[in-house]
Design a protein around this ligand. Structure first.
Ligand SMILES: Cc1ncc(COP(=O)(O)O)c(C=O)c1O
Length: 413
């Protein structure tokens, strides 16, 4: 058995006020960061400070508060862009990753995809990266095709090549890290091959941006989407990095205030990037909060966040082997995975597993994780899922293992 005393690479739990919380007198073991992350004090304070001292509508006011609010929001955009290796003008704020993907499906897809074309996604996508393409294909008469997921939770580049060789693929959309399997997909390879075949690419980085260094410039996709609340930021803000040439040619997604340059009775012209895609009053406090979140993550260094989570996943995989009846789903090694472990416990439904470990204040997820096609592919109705953030350490894994052993006792398995 590995020792729980081994030091964590990061030791930051004290930065997260929620861990001061006791439930029934006992500490919180939060293992659901793939669903949403906890927030450091600096993020909470930035939002609080914005509302207490700077709140005003942005972009239009000439008075001091309005200028401060605008600078805070646009300054956050600069830091968010830099955090992911993107450019400020092509970093668009959306409500979440789901809206970022829908933006592409509507504003790019409706213009460029038609009958006889194909959209290629994978069997491991979150519903957010499936349903917008289903709607697009239904409306345009295009075909939606899938790359298979192997029994070990991986994609095949040979199958990708074969699909691209058919000559009809207009768009390839794929998760950077699967929220169920934990698989880190070879996105640079996927993007390179798709691009050579003339296909546009969208990478769903919702699980990757919070836990590994991202450089969208080097990865090279046409679009890269992620969501603030999984990256220590607030809910209500997501990010779309887009290729400038495409964004400039695209029609707007939503129409209204702020996204226009001029409006006449019959026609309008569009604002510059990125505001052309940000209709209406922006989520200013949320943008400021996300700026504070990327400052915090940058301070930790994303290489350290990745190393920390890899170490924890390695430890968790090892310790889960000690629990009889556990079957871990997805790649075998921590190197191939992000900080997500889905598993089954023989003889106990995943919902019961989550319920029983909750008695020990261990928060894990059970269900289809918004990936019903993947559940079908895996032949399971649901899985239990533990996932990690920078604030977790080995004691959280130990608490999970202990709670699983107790769950087995309760069920007599
Ligand atoms: C891989 C992946 N994509 C997209 C999403 C959707 O994120 P949001 O609901 O914030 O848009 C999630 C959230 O669970 C996810 O894990």
């Amino acid at each position: 058995m590995a020792t729980a005393a081994a030091p964590s690479i990061l030791d930051v739990r004290a930065d997260f006020p929620i861990f001061g919380r006791r439930i029934d007198g006992r500490p919180l073991v939060y293992l659901d960061s793939a669903a949403t992350s906890q927030k450091p004090e600096s993020v909470i304070a930035a939002i609080d400070d914005y509302y207490r001292r700077h709140n005003a509508n942005i972009h239009r006011g000439v008075y001091t508060l309005a200028q401060e609010a605008t600078e805070m929001f646009e300054g956050a955009r600069e830091r968010v862009a830099a955090f992911a290796g993107g450019q400020t003008e092509t970093t668009i704020f959306t409500r979440n990753a789901t809206e970022a993907i829908n933006l592409v499906a509507y504003a790019w897809g409706r213009e460029h995809v038609g009958p006889g074309d194909a959209v290629l996604i994978t069997q491991m996508e979150h519903h957010s990266n499936i349903v917008p393409w289903q709607l697009l294909c239904e409306e345009t008469g295009a075909e939606l095709r899938y790359l298979d997921v192997s029994d070990e939770g991986k994609l095949s580049l040979e199958q990708l090549d074969a699909e691209l060789a058919r000559g009809d693929v207009k768009l390839v959309a794929c998760a950077h890290i699967s929220n169920v399997l934990g698989t880190i997909n070879p996105v640079a390879e996927i993007v390179g091959r798709a691009r050579s075949a003339g296909a546009v690419t969208l990478i769903d980085g919702s699980q990757a941006a919070p836990q590994m260094p991202i450089d969208v410039g080097a990865l090279g996709p046409d679009f890269y989407a992620w969501t603030g609340h999984k990256a220590l930021g607030p809910t209500g803000i997501g990010v779309l990095h887009g290729r400038r040439e495409l964004l400039e040619r695209m029609r707007p997604f939503l129409g209204g205030g702020d996204m226009i340059r001029t409006v006449d009775f019959q026609r309008s012209t569009w604002n510059d990037l990125p505001w052309k895609f940000e209709a209406g009053t922006s989520m200013v406090a949320e943008g400021v909060g996300l700026g504070a979140a990327v400052d915090y993550l940058t301070g930790l260094q994303m290489e350290s966040v990745r190393a920390h989570e890899r170490e924890l996943v390695g430890y968790a995989l090892e310790r889960l082997r000690e629990v009889a009846g556990v079957r871990v789903i997805g790649p075998r090694t921590a190197e191939e995975r992000g900080g997500v472990i889905s598993f089954e416990l023989e003889g106990i439904h995943p919902h019961d597993v989550a319920d029983l470990v909750n008695r020990e204040n261990v928060c894990i997820r059970a269900g289809h994780h918004c990936a019903m096609p993947l559940m079908r592919r895996l032949g399971v109705p649901a899985t239990a899922r533990a996932s990690f953030g920078p604030y977790n350490d080995r004691s959280d894994v130990d608490a999970l293992i202990g709670a699983l052993a107790q769950a087995r006792q309760v069920f007599g398995v």
